[in-house]
Design a protein around this ligand. Structure first.
Ligand SMILES: O=C(O)CCC(=O)C(=O)O
Ligand SMILES: [Fe+2]
Length: 281
């Protein structure tokens, strides 16, 4: 099975429906040219100051010629402007909407350098103690900050592999490169087998990886340390809710005297008290 591709041009609702259907059929899809290439350049520029601190060579899985820069949401206003893109919100609602709530879990700027070998194929949800969940618990993604080509280390995916369980084993021959032009977005479920590709080119491949998870799972990175209340007072409420300043599930994520976590950011505002997240409708 090839990597399904949809294009938003002209018909956003139609493209969203096609992306949701591809995620169901194949566990992945590329949404082509979703944002202008200048948006990707702006994110790269805003993160440039932090990239020197990135970890290289920490483990085989992380890659020895791969740089990973964390906390892009806190560090890039341009990333904040696209983090809740309607396509991402709709895809998360479709894949994770069986749960009472879902939220952003982490993002990471991943640069694969020349000479890097292919990453071990994995399911991202293995981070959760390799539990074989009955439903999807993660919807992840990768913005193409540079073009993604087979040669420069485009993420390798196994379309359809979201259907099996954790015991399935695939090899390189089962994978397809998620080739895409700068400004495109790869979406994939937490059950999809994939891995970073080998970089046989002379340049770096840069991508911004995204993770979203149901509200009853721990977020991959601690959003309240990366985006503490004192730093986020001018962020829109919907972005703060998205990253986890919200009650979750039934009786999760509340604060102090049954308070809404957003009260930590806006002590001057009134919020409802109580434990439960009530499903809209
Ligand atoms: O960089 C990539 O293409 C994929 C990285 C990845 O899948 C991971 O680190 O979990
Ligand atoms: Fe991964």
């Amino acid at each position: 099975m090839d990597v399904p591709r949809v294009s938003i041009e002209g018909d956003e609702q139609g493209a969203i429906a096609a992306a949701v259907s591809a995620l169901d059929d194949a566990g992945c899809c590329v949404v082509e040219r979703l944002v202008p290439t200048a948006v990707m350049d702006d994110i790269a520029a805003e993160l440039a100051a932090y990239r020197g601190r990135a970890s290289v060579g920490a483990s085989d899985f992380e890659g020895h010629a791969t740089r990973r820069t964390g906390a892009p949401l806190a560090r890039s206003a341009t990333f904040r402007s696209i983090a809740t893109h309607p396509v991402i919100m709709a895809a998360c609602d479709a894949v994770l909407g069986h749960a009472t709530s879902w939220r952003f879990s982490a993002a990471e700027y991943i640069e694969i350098g020349p000479g890097e070998s292919a990453q071990r194929l994995h399911r991202d949800q293995w981070k959760y103690d390799m539990v074989d969940f009955a439903d999807e618990v993660e919807l992840n993604g990768m913005w193409a900050i540079t073009d993604f080509t087979e040669d420069n280390g485009a993420t390798r995916v196994v379309p359809g592999s979201h259907r099996g369980d954790n015991r399935e084993r695939y090899d390189d021959g089962d994978t397809r490169p998620a080739e895409m032009t700068k400004g495109s977005l790869l979406l994939y479920t937490g059950t999809l087998y994939h891995g970073g590709g080998a970089n046989r080119s002379g340049g770096w491949r840069a991508g911004l990886s995204l993770q979203h998870a149901v509200g009853w799972l721990t977020q991959s990175t601690n959003q309240f340390l990366e985006c503490p209340p004192a730093d986020v007072a001018d962020w829109p409420d919907d972005l703060l809710r998205f990253i986890g300043y919200a009650k979750a599930g039934n009786g999760l994520g509340y604060w102090r005297d049954s308070e809404d976590p957003l009260a930590a950011v806006h002590p001057d505002r009134e919020f409802d008290r109580g434990w439960a997240t009530v499903r809209p409708g």
